[in-house]
Design a protein around this ligand. Structure first.
Ligand SMILES: Nc1ncnc2c1ncn2[C@@H]1O[C@H](COP(=O)(O)OP(=O)(O)OP(=O)(O)O)[C@@H](O)[C@H]1O
Ligand SMILES: [Mg+2]
Length: 298
């Protein structure tokens, strides 16, 4: 992978082990769900994805500091959840990973973010290549309103270049990857906003993966969805980790417990702890994590 070019992103790395969850199991539903996530954490890696390292990350909006020196390692082909109270900097951290933060007027960041050792913020890094390698899915499904289902998925490809790409094939693969193909294959020409909320979110996931990113960042992807659509997205996240490194911000601790191999807890712009999901929910190292996961604040 070469972040200095929009054309080449073919770097490969060896498959990485998912951190093993500790054996201890609590009796709460969260603990049970965490156990379930831990049990499914050994999965088949089909496309090796990169490890993402965040080192000494600090970020500001004007004078206001939102992230205060975070070090965080996101394992390859794993799902990492970020939890923490509103305003603690989860979305800001996510946006710093793919350099979306700098698009906000007055916003800036310091520190290092690397993809398999490649510096995302290096002078020679092409920001378009960075965002192509690190895709993002937002809280509210946001299909392009005037575009068809097909064009929504093809939109990112058209922006980043379609030379040598079979557009129909790529759109179909992305829709299959997002678990939406069977539901929309006969109406690709209809508007994306005509789909249900859960389908729209899967359409946005298809749009994100159509450009073949290596990392997918998801900022509360299920918060606008009903429980059935949420379950479908959670299943999909489990499948996507065979091909991508996934970071998901969620306010739903049961969701973190269900989908994430490891979970990071943030508070007031700082990382409090990051560990195997089951351990974070059953036996956290820090008292503040314990208070948060047991609902004492937040
Ligand atoms: N565009 C912006 N301009 C100015 N300040 C911002 C902006 N976006 C976020 N902030 C501030 O940065 C801090 C962190 O916000 P951020 O959105 O990262 O929190 P969060 O953990 O994602 O919260 P939530 O769970 O509510 O989504 C907050 O104090 C917030 O008010
Ligand atoms: Mg947020």
């Amino acid at each position: 992978m070469d972040l200095s070019s929009t054309e080449d992103r073919s770097g490969k790395r060896a498959a990485t082990q998912i951190p093993a969850a500790p054996a201890a199991a609590g009796s709460s539903p969260l603990a049970a769900a965490a156990g379930a996530a831990a049990r499914t954490s050994s999965h088949e890696v089909t496309t090796p994805a990169p490890q993402v390292n965040v080192e000494g990350l600090r970020s500001w909006y004007g004078e206001q500091q939102a992230v205060r020196g975070v070090d965080l390692r996101f394992a390859a082909n794993a799902v990492t959840a970020i939890i923490g109270p509103s305003g603690c900097g989860k979305s800001t951290l996510l946006r710093c990973i793919n350099r979306m933060h700098e698009e906000i007027p007055g916003a800036r960041a310091e520190g290092r973010v690397t993809l398999d050792g490649l510096d995302v913020y290096a002078k020679e890094s092409d920001v378009v290549a960075v965002r192509r390698a690190i895709g993002m899915v937002f809280q509210k499904p946001n299909p392009f309103p005037t575009m068809s289902i097909f064009d929504n998925v093809a939109a990112g490809l058209k922006l980043t270049g379609t030379r040598g790409v079979d557009l129909r094939d790529r759109v179909e693969q992305a829709l299959r990857g997002a678990g939406l193909w069977e539901e929309v294959k006969d109406r690709l020409g209809r508007q994306g906003i005509g789909l249900s909320g859960g389908q729209q979110q899967r359409l946005c996931i298809a749009r994100a993966i159509a450009v073949e990113p290596r990392v997918v960042l998801m900022d509360e992807p299920c918060s606008a969805l009903d429980p059935i659509a949420t379950l479908r997205i959670e299943e999909l996240i489990g499948e996507l980790r065979a091909n991508y490194t996934i970071v998901i911000v969620t306010h739903n601790m049961q969701q973190a417990a269900r989908v994430a191999d490891t979970t990071a807890f943030m508070l007031a712009g700082e990382l409090i702890e990051h560990t195997a999901t089951e351990q974070l929910f059953t036996n956290p190292a820090d008292e503040r994590t314990e208070q948060y996961v047991t609902g004492k604040f937040g």
